[in-house]
Design a protein around this ligand. Structure first.
Ligand code: MG
Ligand code: MG
Length: 261
């Protein structure tokens, strides 16, 4: 199989992307502060768009292939690409918030799934396992490995809990464009796929379903739902492939230090 070569970023580019990734991380934390029963998903979108613009950046999802909002907000059985709406969050929901910004010519892209109030134990486990599967994937994002090593790490961890991996969507390279090569699937075989080299910037973003892995596309052509209507979680970080250990550009520390769950 021919694998397209991907050019690593320069250290100057990585520094710009780090600034951007921090802005995305802080935006997600601002959204997390207002996630609660009784709040509409449009309100979450408004908070994010205001924060992004106040910080001199552009919400890059808005208008991307015609997407209508600054955030993708995906509740419960919506896997990704949900539209902010007048839906009112209720106790026990989970809400995945995916945020992209354009800043100084580069893109940032990260996502976090928030519990709304108290969620049941199985849902809490889905969130914890999905996030940990992302960290397992990041641990595999080292120079000399291949994208299949990342996918294998995510998949083997998530499936060991009886959860399933969405196959129709995947992570990606990122830079001047939001989606660059290589694609970074959340499943795969060790030692297979595009080679990872020092300085490559990629988004790893497991989408993990509580039930079966099947999904379908809503009539609006965007929103992806689980086929069995059970919950799905989504966590995404931007990292730099390095020798020995990947470097995280975005972080959940603003969320997890500011928001009590
Ligand atoms: Mg994203
Ligand atoms: Mg992404």
């Amino acid at each position: 199989m021919e694998v397209k070569m991907v050019k690593p970023k320069t250290e100057e580019e990585i520094e710009l992307m780090r600034e951007n990734a921090i802005l995305v991380s802080k935006t997600l934390a601002e959204v997390g502060k207002v996630v609660a029963p009784g709040v509409t998903t449009l309100e979450l979108n408004r908070v994010a768009e205001t924060f992004i613009r106040d910080n001199g950046a552009i919400p890059s999802f808005l208008g991307y292939d015609g997407f209508p909002a600054a955030l993708c907000i995906s509740v419960n059985d919506t896997v990704v690409h949900g539209f902010p709406s007048d839906y009112v969050l209720k106790e026990g929901d989970i809400v995945s918030v995916d945020c992209g910004t354009l800043y100084k010519g580069y893109n940032g892209d990260s996502a976090y799934t928030f519990p709304v109030g108290e969620v049941d134990a199985e849902t809490r486990r889905l969130l914890d396992v999905t996030k940990e599967s992302l960290y397992r994937g990041i641990a595999a994002a080292v120079d000399g490995n291949r994208v299949g090593d990342i996918g294998h790490a995510v998949q083997s961890y998530a499936e060991s809990f009886g959860f399933s991996v969405v196959r129709e969507l995947e992570g990606h390279g990122i830079g001047k464009r939001m989606h660059e090569n290589p694609g970074v699937p959340n499943y795969g075989r060790q030692g297979h796929g595009a080679k990872l080299t020092d300085g490559m910037t990629i988004c790893i973003e497991p989408m993990i379903n509580a039930g079966t892995r099947g999904v379908y596309l809503a009539e609006n052509g965007w929103e992806v739902h689980t086929a069995d209507r059970r919950n799905s979680a989504h966590f995404e970080l931007t990292v730099v492939v390095r020798k020995g250990r990947a470097q995280q550009l975005s972080t959940f520390e603003y969320i997890e230090n500011n928001v009590k769950f």
